[in-house]
Design a protein around this ligand. Sequence first.
Ligand SMILES: Nc1ncnc2c1ncn2[C@@H]1O[C@H](COP(=O)(O)OP(=O)(O)OP(=O)(O)O)[C@@H](O)[C@H]1O
Ligand SMILES: [Mg+2]
Length: 279
Amino acid sequence: MKSIEKANKLLTSFHELVNTKKIQAFDSKDGYKVGVDLGTSSIVLVVLDGKNRPVFGAFEYANVIRDGLVVDYQKSVEIVKRLRVQAEEALGFSLEAASGAIPPGTVGNNKRVVANVIESAEMVADQLVDEPTAAALVLGVEDGAVVDVGGGTTGISIFEQGQPLIVEDEPTGGTHMTLVIAGNHKISIEEAELIKRDPTRDRENFIICRPVIQRMADITANVLKKHPTSPIYVVGGASYLTEFEKEFSNYLDQKVFKPKYPQFVTPIGIAMSSNPIII
Ligand SMILES: Nc1ncnc2c1ncn2[C@@H]1O[C@H](COP(=O)(O)OP(=O)(O)OP(=O)(O)O)[C@@H](O)[C@H]1O
Ligand SMILES: [Mg+2]
């Protein structure tokens, strides 16, 4: 099976679990793995089985991270704790450890903060992976580029033989799309965010946000100039709009793939990088 199809299957079943709050029964002898993604717009908790199949998922929208930095430590911990308790109630056992991710370029004490949030939420901090590496794990990218369009930034990572070769992060993300929608309709940011996520307004949103998407594609093109590669994958919640990858593809003049439920790619990859815990 092509790796994108495999990723889509995984993402679809994870999305169903998040929506239904149900758990997927699994073989406890293979153990389980946990990932926590502290994002600019949401915090996601993922539980996989030892064979990387989704078992449980939950998230909360949050405003506790900015530019890759934890700006509200206490609230971050509270949210991760709530998500952990939700998982434990559904699963019937306690989560021992979890992995986290850091945006590329995070240095020094800021790295430690993610581990500290996990530990303050009463789990052992397992792996600390960088976000693009987590995403590449889910997509099975050995050679190619992963463009992660999140809340605040567009992160471009170029991989060669499974290793990140070039990693860049530029401040244009989903928030900028919201601002453009707000300005266009002369409405508040909150109202604009709701409109942006309304699937019935997908086409209209795309037209309004097109200049922002082109800016993201231009950022990507500049990185690709240094090291042309293929295939290119777009992930992250801001890539949700139906025509997003087509616009990218036209701009870059090469094929661009987008998996289903692109906001869950990085969180699932974080969990994948964990060491299985045998119950
Ligand atoms: N259905 C949707 N349609 C359009 N945009 C969406 C949709 N769902 C989420 N988004 C946007 O995606 C962005 C968040 O993406 P994602 O969850 O990947 O970010 P994050 O991991 O929290 O942030 P970052 O990676 O920048 O730290 C937000 O701007 C949000 O408005
Ligand atoms: Mg993210």
